[in-house]
Design a protein around this ligand. Structure first.
Ligand code: XUL
Length: 448
């Protein structure tokens, strides 16, 4: 019999990734499908559509399904032995939502193994472009939710966060208010994570506590939906969300579709999927006192926390590993895209040149400081490029090397200051763990 292995999926903004590990946690297979490059028919940029108002950001839900078909075919043609997979779980970009049309549960359950999944599911979604975490078009819904809950701080005390535009409750409220008919036709609303788990389960997968904490709807202490929040967003929401479950719940066996089409064992277990940041906390085996930084499309910083104090900045989520504890999360939208822009403008598009500029300037950047927000930032809510010289005077430009160091130092100082505001103390024994694309760049890591 083939040696057992386990699959991990990542439905992220720009690509779908898969890894297989053996029982010693060694990676034995890795693959990815890049949305822009491998699925050009959807015409996304960075996996998304930025709409003309510059605030609405969506991704086509069928692109995610087609990416799954494609990656499974790639695995099959490279000879991957699906029958050895004992269990799988995965992560999804947080906050994004998927709207299943009435009757889709039957189609999901009975999908024909003769067809790729995207063909069977093409009529299943009442909203074909799913709102995602980069969206910031729900300011009015946010204000209404905070008002209904007696203020921003009270909403934060209940759900772990004040109202944020990308948080799913506000996105659902927008869809309901703009298009009540579409909402009416929707029988189930999934997060990207629970949507992905549903594809494998052949049934609607529940939302897990951790990713569910990014919706402005879940009471993080009781781990149950908040009725006042649900009522403030849309009618009949509870039945469309299903019951939330611990992030490590075993949901059931894989759907027969995968055994018939790819040769998975019918006993292969599907474990609840969660958000990408909670999944990183679990995967990095974070311990109390550690701080983790993920340098991806967005930069995020997260910590394991026992006794959180939800505030007006940052988020408190249920901990995916231990349901009794919590994780603090700070999200910075101007992460890699901003670094790439400055690399292109100041280092001829080369990371080598970018790193050299960092080496040629001293820590502290001779007092020069910058804030770089090409798009409206989440933490803090600010936009634009702001440069200050050693005399604290606003200046309009820096020499190229100074610009590069100002960007990196500014990004990392902001992370520390905002973490300290959430009650975090950086101690001499603090371990800083870095993950995500830009964590490969040693010079950037020295900025930490
Ligand atoms: C976290 C957030 C992003 C997405 C990126 O709150 O919005 O980090 O999870 O995939």
């Amino acid at each position: 019999m083939a040696a057992p292995c386990y699959l991990g999926w990542d439905f992220s903004t720009q690509q779908l990734k898969v890894i297989a590990i053996d029982e010693q946690l060694r990676v034995i297979y890795e693959d990815n499908v890049h949305f822009d490059k491998d699925l050009p028919e959807f015409k996304t940029q960075g996996g998304v559509y930025i709409h003309s108002d510059r605030l609405t950001v969506t991704s086509p839900v069928l692109m995610w399904v087609k990416a799954l078909d494609m990656i499974l075919e790639k695995m099959k043609s490279s000879g991957f032995n699906f029958s050895q997979v004992r269990a799988m779980s995965g992560a999804g970009q947080q906050h994004g939502s998927v709207y299943w049309k009435k009757g889709s549960t039957q189609i999901l359950k009975n999908a024909s193994s003769e067809l790729p999944l995207h063909q069977s599911l093409k009529g299943c979604f009442s909203v074909s472009n799913s709102p995602i975490w980069m969206d910031s078009s729900t300011a009015s819904q946010c204000r209404a939710l905070e008002k209904a809950l007696g203020g921003a701080q009270h909403l934060a005390s209940v759900t772990g966060s004040r109202a944020y535009e990308r948080f799913t409750g506000n996105q659902i409220a927008k869809i309901y208010s703009q298009n009540p008919e579409v909402y009416k036709q929707t029988e189930r609303i999934s997060l990207v994570s629970s949507f992905a788990a549903s594809l494998f389960l052949g049934a609607y997968a529940p939302i897990d506590y951790s990713d569910g904490s990014g919706m402005n709807l879940l009471q993080i202490w009781e781990k149950a939906w908040s009725k006042p929040c649900l009522d403030a967003c849309a009618p009949g929401l509870e039945e469309r969300l299903g019951c939330p479950v611990p992030s490590h719940s075993v949901l059931g066996p894989i759907s027969p579709y995968y055994s018939q089409r790819y040769g998975f064992s019918p006993d292969c277990k599907i474990v609840a999927f969660t958000g990408d940041n909670p999944a990183s906390l679990a995967g990095m085996r974070l311990q109390e006192g550690d701080i983790a930084i993920s340098l991806g499309t967005s930069d995020t910083l997260f910590l394991w926390i026992q006794e959180p104090t939800p505030a007006l900045e940052g988020h408190i989520l249920c901990n995916p590993v231990d349901s009794q504890t919590y994780m603090a999360l700070l999200c910075f939208k101007n992460g890699s895209l901003m670094r790439e822009r400055i690399r292109d403008d100041c280092a001829s598009g080369s990371w080598d040149e970018f790193s050299k500029a960092l080496s040629s300037t001293a820590a502290g950047n001779s007092g020069n400081l910058g804030f770089y927000f090409d798009v409206m930032e989440i933490t803090p809510e600010a936009v634009g490029i702001h440069r200050f010289n050693r005399d604290n005077q606003k200046v309009s430009r820096f020499p190229k090397e100074v610009e590069i160091r100002a960007l990196i130092e500014g990004q990392f100082m902001a992370k520390r200051i905002h973490a300290e505001k959430l009650g975090y103390k950086v101690l001499p024994r603090t371990r800083i763990l870095a993950t995500g694309g830009a964590s490969h760049n040693k010079k950037i890591l020295q900025g930490l």
